[in-house]
Every structure is written in C-alpha cells, then in structure tokens.
Design a protein around this ligand. Structure first.
Ligand code: GUN
Ligand code: ZN
Length: 432
C-alpha cells in the first residue's frame, strides 16, 4: 500500500454553479491535502503534518489542485488534420479528414498516433475523454492499448460508416455491427476502458447501419452512444434528404432509439424547438465544441437556450476540427461564442464543466470529476503564473474567480504543472 499526499490549494466542485459567485458550488482548501492510497482518494482536507508522517508528500503550493479535465468529444485519428484549411464541414471532411483516417488501417500507424494522442492529453491536463477511433477495428485496439499503458479512463468507439466516404473508410451494416460487438467483448471493462457505440453521423450511415447501431444499443444498454448532429446547414440539409421521412435531423436518431442519458451528441448548433425538447426529454447530452465550431465556421452554440430547456450540456475540443487539445483554450473560445450571443459564461461554470459537469454529462461522476474520498485519483495541478504575462497579471488578481478566468483566458498546456492518473504523476514523465 502506497500513501501519497498532494499538498496545494485544493478546488473541487460539488454542484453546478448558479450565480457568478456561487460559493456553495465548490470547496476550496487553501492549504489542502489530497491523500491517495493505491490510486484512490482516501481523504481530502487541510494539510496536517502529524497525519502526513510516513506518506510520500508532493508539495504543489501555491498551485491549484483540481480533478483532471474531461473532454467529451475528440477524434484520435485526426491529430494530423488539425489546422487543415477548408471552407466548411463537408469539404473539410472530404478533402482532409476522410483521407487521413484511411491511414489507420495500418496498425503501426494507429499505434504511433495513439501514443502521441494520450501524451498530448496528459500534457494538457485531460485525464478522460470520449473519443472516436476510425472505422478500422485495429484503431480501437491501438487506442485502448495505449490508454491502458497509461491507466487512463477512456471512452472510445469504432466509427460505423457505410456510405458517403471513400471505399477505404467504409464498413457495412453487418461488419460494423460484428466488429463493434467483438471490440466490446475485447475491451469494455478491461481496466478503465469503456466502449461506445459510434455511428459517425446520419450522412455516413445507411438505414441498415442505423438499425445495426440500434440493435447494439439494445444489446448493450450501459454503453455510451456518440454521434454528430446539427453542426452545419449543408450537413443538415443532406441528412434530411437522405432520411426524408424522419421529420428532422434529431428525429433520425430518435426513431432508431439512439437517444438517452448516455448519448453524446456533438455540436447541436442549429436545433429546432422540437429537436431541443426531444434532447431534454430523453436526457441526451449536447456537446459544445467551440474551437471546432469557430474554426470550421459551423455556427454559435446556443448555450442558454439549450440550458433553459433542460438539455444536459458537455464541453469538448473536437480535435481535429477543434484547434486545441487544451480544455482551457476550449472554455476561452466557449466564453467568446457566448459573448457573441449576448450570453455570459462565468469562470466558476467553466471549471465546473471541465470537471464535475463533464463527469456528470458522461455518467462517470461516481468515479471522477470531484476530489473526494472514494474517487479515482485523476488530478490536474494548475500554475496560474505559468508565463511571464500571467505572472504579471496575477499581481492584480485577488479572488478565486479572477484567477480561474485568467487561467481560462491566457492558459494552455504551459499552465498544467502536473497531471496525475490514478495517483501517478504522468506529465513530468513525458519528454518535452
Ligand atoms: N461530422 C461527422 N464527422 C465529423 C468529424 O470528424 N468532425 C466534425 N467536426 N464533424 C463531423
Ligand atoms: Zn466530432
């Protein structure tokens, strides 16, 4: 049994913040201690030298210690398409992304990129993500092998796509079903691995494949389902053309019984009132991907509208449509998207989303998202003075909210002083 104590300014949310300065939504311990035994948090409180005797103490003062960041939507085979220059979504997919993803038929390539992917997440303080692999089962093997080597809690899925893409990126309704089922048997529940049923989006799946995804969802009701919806106007028109009798885009997933509390729907930008109400009624999660929505020019996510209808919301990078692995950069861009809509994203709400909010949206809040006894010790340590300009600005910061806002506005991977996975330091082990 190894006992480790992380000492620093311990911050953990306990509820969704309401007012801008909602102090009841979080616990901050200025000289705090997170005690970890065999990867699990055993105690959180004020640092006490007497009870720390004999433990491995790591002093992170004056840094903030938070639960590790959670990214609710990312594409691991798109590391080498970040920053691809395209006018809009469908051109971006067809010109770059569908070409790049074909390379993941090669297990050696998939293994190389998977290693780089998790290193990048660790560098940016992200300890859990919901990821799309490619259509190839070997990409899922590479993904979970590399996640397992780092002991990371990851949700991942073999993309199902059987039309409207190059031949090298297509499965069939039957093979998509069979391969997904084999991968679930092989990986789901192995260590910290979680499989997700992953029909890419309605445009790249035939009716037969949607029915196959529905069958998988019925057979494996505990699994996450992840897909894309209502990202771009041309995409919406094409989806409705392919599925003319389904009413609207959300109606397609609804009729195949793919909506529910474990369904993560990337983008959700241009939803009608009916579609919004269906997401709220089914408990489905709308995933806000601001760097992607701005980079691909898809539109401005209407946070307040969805929130006021009771839709559950998560936040995510959507790399490689998204332009940064950093969840700090993501929330900064999310703040700006909301500014353009005349909405306000408070610093407390941002950091709630990065931790407990995204854990709740992914139904993982019994394991991660909070610093509390019994939780898995996935932890990020934040340096609010990581750069010369942040250090200078910190001289004028005197509240927690201001500090969090500075981290969000100016922070990136440089502000991540350390990333712990199940209590083990990971970032400092990486070559810089
Ligand atoms: N819609 C379907 N596939 C994708 C993808 O890979 N990225 C984004 N941003 N949207 C999609
Ligand atoms: Zn995506």
């Amino acid at each position: 049994m190894t006992t480790r104590i992380l000492r620093g300014r311990v911050l953990s949310f306990v509820e969704e913040p309401q007012a801008r300065d909602d102090r009841a939504s979080y616990r901050l311990i200025e000289d705090g201690a997170v005690t970890i035994v065999d990867g699990i948090i055993s105690a959180v409180g004020t640092f006490d030298p007497a009870s720390a005797a004999g433990a491995d103490i790591i002093d992170h003062r004056p840094y903030l210690i938070l639960p590790g960041f959670i990214d609710a939507h990312i594409h691991f085979p798109q590391m080498q398409v970040i920053g691809a220059y395209a006018a809009a979504l469908l051109e971006w997919l067809n010109t770059y992304t569908f070409i790049e993803e074909q390379r993941f038929a090669d297990p050696a390539h998939a293994a190389r990129i998977a290693g780089r992917f998790f290193d990048e997440l660790i560098r940016h303080g992200t300890t859990t993500a919901a990821a799309y692999c490619s259509v190839h089962p070997q990409s899922v093997d590479a993904f979970f092998t590399a996640a397992g080597e780092r002991n990371m809690l990851m949700v991942g899925g073999k993309v199902m796509m059987d039309r409207n893409a190059p031949e090298g990126l297509l499965d069939t309704a039957q093979s998509g079903y069979d391969d997904t089922k084999v991968l679930i048997g092989k990986w789901h529940g192995k260590g910290r691995a979680h499989c997700a049923i992953t029909p890419r989006f309605a445009i790249t799946s035939t009716h037969e494949q949607m029915a196959a995804a529905e069958a998988l969802a019925r057979e494996f009701p505990d699994l996450h389902i992840q897909t894309h919806v209502s990202e771009n106007l041309a995409e919406i028109a094409f989806a409705n053309e392919l599925y003319p009798n389904y009413g609207d885009y959300v109606g397609i997933y609804e009729k195949f019984h793919l909506l529910g509390p474990k369904t993560l729907l990337g983008h959700c930008i241009h939803l009608s009132r009916r579609e919004t109400e269906v997401l709220a009624d089914t408990g489905s999660v709308a995933v806000f991907c601001p760097t992607s929505n701005l980079f691909i020019g898809s539109g401005l996510f209407d946070y307040d509208r969805l929130h006021s209808h009771g839709v559950r919301i998560a936040t995510a990078t959507d790399v490689g449509g998204g332009s940064s692995y950093s969840m700090l950069r993501t929330m900064d861009e999310g703040y700006k998207v909301m500014q353009l809509r005349g909405q306000r994203l408070t610093p407390l709400r941002s950091f709630y989303h990065l931790t407990l909010g995204n854990a709740r949206a992914m139904s993982l809040d019994h394991r991660i998202g909070q610093l509390a006894p019994g939780m898995e010790a996935d932890i990020v340590v934040l340096d609010s003075s990581a750069t010369p300009q942040m250090r200078l600005r910190m001289e004028t910061v005197d509240t927690l909210e201001q500090e969090l806002f500075l981290l969000q506005t100016c922070g990136d991977d440089r502000a991540i002083a350390e990333t712990y996975v199940m209590g083990e330091a990971q970032k400092s082990k990486l070559a810089s």
